[in-house]
Every structure is written in C-alpha cells, then in structure tokens.
Design a protein around this ligand. Structure first.
Ligand code: FAD
Length: 410
C-alpha cells in the first residue's frame, strides 16, 4: 500500500475540514485534506454564510475577494404565518464588518477556500480520497487508511482531524461515544425558479400544517419542506400532485413555477440528526464540525459552528503542532472551548423543534397563530437585532489567533 507522511491529516473537505486545512497550512504545518468526492458540487449542504464566518474571512484578509463571488445578501429575516408577515431578525445593526448573511451555494464557498489554501506551500488537497479506517499504534491514532483514485493509501500524521460530517467514518472507527439528542423532523429539499420581483426578507412560511423555508438564490428558490420524522414514504405515496399542492398551500407565490418539480428525483430527502460526542478526542485525533456534533438545519448555523470549531482547533493546536510540543491535553482543550456554544445551539434547536416546528406541523390551520416567542420578537425591533446578533455571531465567537507562517496570494 502506498504511504505518505504529514504533520496534520484532515478527513473531510466540508466547511470544518477546509477551514482547518487552510489555517493549519497557513501556520506552516504540513497538512493534507482528504475529500471523498471529486468536487464540492452537492446541493444539500446549506447556503448560509453568517456574519461570524465573514468576520473570520475578514481576519484572514479573504473577505473582499470572497464577496466578489455571486451571492445574495439577507439583511433581515421574516416569516409568513398564513396571511401574517412577521419580521424575526434584523442584521443591519449588529456589531460586525459584514452585518448580513451571505447566501451562496456552499460549493462556491468551499471552492474559494480550496483555491486560497492551494496557494499555501504546506497545503495539499486529495479529492476522490475516502478515509476508510484509522491507523492505531499503541493506543494512539497515527493517521488514516484511505481509498484514493490510484488505490489504497496510508496517510501517517502526528495529528488527525475528523471533519467528515454527520455520518463520520472517523468517529465510527474511533470508538468515541455519541450522545443522540434526536430530532422529530426530516426535510425535503428542492428548487423552483424565482421571478425577480418575488420575496423580500421572507424565509419561513407556515400554513395549513405545512412549513416551507425559502432561500433566495437569485434566479431560483432553494426550498426546504419540513416533515415529521420518517414521514417521507407517506408523502411520496400520496403522489407528486398532492406534494406540489401542499407546497403551494404554504407558499402560494411559488405556484407559477411549481411544475418544475417534475418527479421525485427533483425532491431530495434529508434526514435530520442532532447529536454530539461525549469526548471529542483521543491521543492523536480530534473531531470537529458535524462529526463532533451533528446539527439540525434550524437557524442555518451548522456551517458557521463548523468554521468556528476549525478556528478554535487551529488556535489551540497549530502552534504546538508546528513546534513539536502538542500534548493529548491540548486536544481535549478543543472540546472544552467549543462544547458550550454547541450545547447552547443544540438546546435552542431542540426547543425550536418542540415548540415551533412540531406544533405548526400538527396545526391544520390555514392561518396559524405564530408562536409566542416569534410574536414577542416581531413586536420589538431591538430584540430582532439581539436575535440577529445571536444567530449571526454565535455565543462564543472565535477569532483567528493561529500563527501566520505562510501567506496565500489571491
Ligand atoms: C437539510 C439540511 C440543511 C442544512 N442547511 C444549513 C444551512 O442552510 N446553513 C447552515 O449553516 N447549516 C445547514 N445545515 C447544517 C450543515 O450542513 C452542517 O452543520 C455543516 O455542513 C457541517 O460542516 P462539516 O464540515 O462539519 O461537515 P460536512 O459539511 O458534512 O462536510 C463533511 C465532508 O466530509 C466528506 N467526507 C465524508 N466522509 C468522508 C470520508 N470517509 N473520507 C473523506 N471525506 C469524507 C464529505 O463528502 C463532506 O464534504 C443543514 C443541514 C441539513 C441536514
């Protein structure tokens, strides 16, 4: 089997893995990122780049170039509850260099990070390379075995970072215990064309027991249709016409283009999971992003939490790794730093499942009563800004403190 040696091996080229790869390489650590797919072009990854991530890009000197890529700006978020429209969040007043959510397909974000990282001499990205197992020696993780385009390969590393998402192979092989918090929902994911005059600050639409989230992607709407857990077979059995009608029940203005959902192939089912690891590290290994804590799509904060993990991980570990002084206690500090924000966000997501989404799904009312929490926020503009700040910047925002030993030229 072919073998390579590196200082840091990152498994997974999602937001957590690409940002960690960039930061470790920037700090002069020889870093290899493995991504099992051949590109980043998958449509199920979420499109929200929050102010906290834009702040990180700013600190890295990447924000201006990044925002030249096509995106939409969401400065305010609102919800339609039948005929009632309520504003929920207002980002315009928050303390950030970029007080808005940038809506950008995640593959563009990952492509951008990959392009920037490839300019760092210590960085290497191996696409089409899937980690299949961990290399364990004397109770210590010493890298991974992977299946690559040219066959199997061993990547030996002083530090392995598991960033391979909700169905993480690394987590599975590591034996780290998972606390399953559970989620009462799944979602269907589809898109329909958007007319230029459609929609202002609308994101959440609830009516007649249906919930549809509509994300403006310029010439089309990326839509999430929320269903009760494991409810997909029943909905499919009722037929595509019934599905299209139920979408329009909640979002009548999607009607002109709803026929673009031509078959069930256009409607992807995504199962929602909320869980987290009890321990995030073992000697030689640390887990970040969804592989440490799978997030619900509620709030669209999973990408940003994953990025924050990567920044904290590089802040804590890249210096000692470069200096050859990294200890197992250093690895444990990543969890100590990131557990609290993870817990807070997961708690909020579970409450939103329980108190907002489940009652709305059960309510058959065409004009449902907005939940109390949303009515209170919509009545108080200062609370809309507070809420936006909380969603946009998070509860423990990270800043880049990892060393900059190498400079990427854009
Ligand atoms: C339906 C849905 C909608 C969502 N919408 C949003 C949203 O709008 N905004 C938001 O912020 N969050 C959203 N989230 C959450 C968000 O997608 C995740 O929290 C976020 O992507 C986590 O990033 P990550 O890098 O940890 O993992 P991932 O994004 O899952 O990336 C993991 C990467 O690892 C690769 N990989 C997996 N296994 C291996 C392996 N064995 N070897 C090599 N590579 C591997 C995968 O191909 C992938 O590229 C949504 C989640 C769901 C389920």
């Amino acid at each position: 089997m072919a073998a390579i040696e590196t200082e840091c091996c990152v498994v997974g080229g999602g937001p957590a893995g690409m940002m960690a790869g960039y930061l470790f390489a920037r700090a002069g650590v020889k870093t290899v990122v493995l991504e099992k797919h051949g590109d980043f072009l998958r449509d199920f990854r979420g499109d929200t780049v929050h102010p906290s991530t834009l702040e990180i890009m700013h600190e890295l000197g990447l924000a201006e170039a990044f925002l030249k890529r096509p995106h939409q700006k969401a400065e305010r978020l609102g919800g339609n509850f039948g005929e009632k429209h309520l504003r929920i969040a207002d980002f315009t007043g928050i303390k950030a260099h970029y007080p808005f959510i940038a809506l950008m397909p995640q593959w563009d974000f990952l492509d951008f990070l990959a392009d920037a990282a490839k300019k760092l001499p210590s960085f290497s990205l191996r696409m089409n390379t899937e980690a299949t197992d961990l290399i364990e020696e004397d109770g210590r993780i010493a890298g991974v075995r992977a299946a690559g385009p040219k066959g199997d390969i061993e990547i030996r590393a002083k530090l392995t970072i598991g960033a391979d998402g909700r169905h993480s192979t690394v987590r599975d092989r590591s034996g780290l215990k998972v606390l399953d918090i559970g989620a009462p929902i799944d979602v269907f994911w589809f898109r329909v064309d958007r007319d230029p005059e459609q929609g202002e600050d609308v994101l959440f639409n609830a009516a007649a027991g249906r919930i549809v989230v509509t994300i403006d992607r310029g010439d089309y709407w990326q839509c999430t249709y929320v269903i009760a857990k494991d409810g997909a077979p029943k909905i499919r059995a009722a037929g595509l016409d019934a599905f299209r009608r139920s979408v329009i029940d909640a979002v009548p203005w999607l009607a002109p283009h709803i026929d673009q959902i031509a078959s069930w192939d256009d409607v992807k089912l995504l199962t929602v999971t909320v869980d987290r690891l009890e321990k995030w590290s073992r000697p030689g290994l640390v887990m970040i992003g969804d592989s440490a804590h799978a997030m619900s799509p509620v709030g669209g904060v999973g990408i940003n939490l994953a990025i924050q993990d990567a920044v904290a991980c590089a802040n804590l570990l890249s210096g000692p790794l470069a200096a050859g002084t990294l200890t197992d206690a250093d690895l444990e500090r990543v969890r100590e730093r990131r557990l609290w924000p993870t817990r807070v966000v997961q708690f909020a997501q579970v409450q939103a499942h329980r108190l907002i989404l489940t009652p709305l799904l059960k309510s058959g009312r065409r004009d449902p009563q907005p939940p109390l929490f949303i009515r209170v926020i919509s009545a108080l503009p200062w609370l809309q800004r507070r809420f936006a700040s909380w969603v946009g910047l998070g509860v423990r925002p990270e800043h880049v403190h990892s060393p900059r030993a190498q400079k990427a030229c854009l």
